[in-house]
Design a protein around this ligand. Structure first.
Ligand SMILES: NC(=O)c1ccc[n+]([C@@H]2O[C@H](COP(=O)([O-])OP(=O)(O)OC[C@H]3O[C@@H](n4cnc5c(N)ncnc54)[C@H](OP(=O)(O)O)[C@@H]3O)[C@@H](O)[C@H]2O)c1
Length: 260
């Protein structure tokens, strides 16, 4: 966002409050809300296009965006989980519906992906190191080369899912009224092409609030099956430094901003 990604959506809405993930205590609830209580410890994430984010003392989230915090982790640890985990959930459970025994390839997996086999893309050739085919590919990089590799490694009927859908990039280039319909046309062209050429499903994945998913994520965290390592914390007053450290790849893992 610092370099302008998403400007077609966000520029007219400036100034923004950034931040999507949150872990904290409920300070107040709306009159209709029965599932949450004041004082309860919760975690969750806002929708990707939210304008009033979580870099605040008090954030406003809907009841469908919050679940009780996993009891086994701190607020710092919990706040690193929701957006990343819900994005993976959207791909693997809601879209590809992967089940036990199926094979999944994550292209661009960071530190929190447990794997049967890991490949260092900087020193190894993915195509010669990886044996066999997969039922689903989650491509977090989404460039033509990773798309070619991912789609060729899928079984027929498998799912190729990229996190780099072109809706925002095309809208930034052409403006929303032209960019969004162009993006829809690009997506459908690819879906049809891959169906015929490879017999696979092609999707752009965007994080979405999913209360049921968030509850499952909480259970996985409490069972010790899902951990997102936090590499560094910054006080929120040093947010610029935190962003720059990520931009310059000085910190590889998750960074969490702390409020006093
Ligand atoms: N669509 C959505 O809703 C959504 C949601 C969340 C994230 N995203 C996007 O998904 C992307 C990944 O997010 P992240 O938080 O997982 O980033 P990350 O923590 O930086 O992880 C990306 C990993 O991919 C590796 N990598 C880079 N180029 C590669 C290549 N050509 N082949 C294989 N691996 C490669 C990186 O290694 P190096 O350290 O060597 O570069 C890094 O380990 C970001 O662009 C983010 O904006 C989209």
């Amino acid at each position: 966002m610092r370099s302008g990604y998403g400007r077609s959506i966000f520029e007219p809405l400036l100034p923004l409050i950034l931040g999507r993930d949150v872990s904290g205590e409920v300070a107040a609830v709306g009159a209709q809300v029965k599932s949450l209580t004041v004082g309860q410890e919760v975690f969750g994430a806002l929708h990707p296009t939210a304008v009033r984010g979580t870099y605040t003392d008090y954030a406003i989230l809907s009841k469908d965006e919050l679940s009780p915090k996993p009891a086994s982790v701190t607020h710092v640890e919990a706040s690193a989980i929701p957006f990343a985990a819900l994005t993976a959930w959207r791909a693997l459970k809601s879209t590809a519906r992967i089940s036990e025994g199926q094979r999944l390839l994550v292209i661009g997996g960071g530190g929190a992906v447990g794997a049967e086999q890991a490949v260092d893309y900087t020193s190894e050739d993915i195509e010669s190191v990886i044996k066999g085919k997969f039922d689903a590919v989650l491509d977090t990089i989404g460039v033509p080369e990773t798309e070619r590799i991912g789609t060729n490694l899928l079984n027929r009927g498998g799912h190729y899912m990229t996190l780099q859908g072109e809706a925002a990039a095309l809208s930034d280039r052409y403006g929303l009224p032209i960019g969004l319909p162009v993006a829809t046309a690009v997506l459908w062209k690819k879906k049809i092409q891959y169906k015929y050429s490879h017999g696979i499903e092609y999707s752009w994945i965007y994080m979405r609030a999913d209360l049921e998913g968030l509850h499952e994520i909480r259970k996985l965290s409490e069972a010790g099956k899902l951990t997102v390592p936090v590499e560094k914390t910054f006080p929120i007053t040093r947010v610029r430094e935190a962003h720059e450290a990520k931009d310059k790849k000085l910190i590889l893992g998750k960074v969490v901003l702390e409020l006093d």
